[in-house]
Design a protein around this ligand. Sequence first.
Ligand code: HEM
Ligand SMILES: *[C@@H]1O[C@H](CO)[C@@H](O)[C@H](O)[C@H]1NC(C)=O
Ligand SMILES: *[C@@H]1O[C@H](CO)[C@@H](O)[C@H](O)[C@H]1NC(C)=O
Length: 313
Amino acid sequence: MVMAAVALLLVMEVILIGFGGTNGLRMGYYITSCPFAESIVKNTVNKALQNDPTLAAALLRMHFHDCFIEGCDGSVLIDSTRDNTAEKDSPGNLSLRGFEVIDDAKEQLEEQCPGIVSCADVVAMAARDAIFWAGGPIYDIPTGRKDGRRSKIEDTINLPFPSFNTSQLITAFGQRGFTPTDMVALSGAHTLGVARCSFFKNRLRNQDPTLDPDFAKALSKTCGAGDNAEQPFDDTPNSFDNDYFNALSRENGVLFSDQVLYTTTATRAIVNGYAMNEARFFLDFQQAMVKMGRLDVKEGPKGEVRKNCRKTN
Ligand code: HEM
Ligand SMILES: *[C@@H]1O[C@H](CO)[C@@H](O)[C@H](O)[C@H]1NC(C)=O
Ligand SMILES: *[C@@H]1O[C@H](CO)[C@@H](O)[C@H](O)[C@H]1NC(C)=O
């Protein structure tokens, strides 16, 4: 019964979002022009994650950063040049990794179908495949993004800060068309990966009252190894599950912006809902990801299909 309802919702989602036809994105965009595009990306991602499971988090985060800065246009992949400091080299790049996985997939795609598959789509597909590999939901995403030609360090100011409170988070995501529920679901991406001490150490100094005292000790211990020491967001940093929300309800959130989702009454019910019902989290998450993947997509002359993901053509 529940399964049938979930299946029906999925079908409705495909109809509503998938064939909605905004931004020129659609399901199976490469079906005739590059029929193996999706499987090339998936195989490349799976191979990379077998060697290093922590790359699942990196690939998911890369897609988020790509989409929130200048839209999902591959701008996050561009290397700096003598005349331009790219997004990547912002202090806010916050340890982005996994670029070699994108390069690997792109090289194979250029061999099979040169000039067809955009880097922005490779990033979007890689994030989707990484989520599934780590135990998360499987879902289709529309493709057809074009690559942008702008990547500037100053644009990274558009990312939300880990010091944001709930109303700031709701505003930052709301400006891009996300509901508070979308925002909480997307924050659930922190079920994967780690944060470095520099992003949460001020919570220790100021005795953040929303931090469980025992967990504060654990965080202090991590920070004992320096600003770059890594703290997993939850107990299972390589598994895509709802542990992150359970951690929040125990006041074991790592970033201030994680914990406030539980301490603020406006979003607490959503956190509790996801902590109790993983399927609900998965469904909301995948819908919000499809939405995120549509942010400010470049069309026509505004974009191109890069030959090399690290530089514009
Ligand atoms: C809600 C606002 C958000 C804030 C303030 C935020 C901030 C951060 C920070 C500070 C880190 C640690 C970076 C480091 O230590 O180098 C991080 C890691 C991460 N973020 Fe977020 N983030 C947010 C939302 C998101 C969203 C929407 C996604 C994806 C859909 C995401 C995916 C990730 C992942 C997967 C990691 C772990 C990366 C790794 O282990 O390599 N985050 N985030
Ligand atoms: C991120 O930026 C720092 C400088 O702030 C730079 O040293 C580092 O190489 C960048 N990381 C990536 C993956 O480009
Ligand atoms: C959130 O932060 C903003 C900016 O610092 C502040 O104006 C606002 O009062 C804060 N909201 C809450 C509920 O603490």
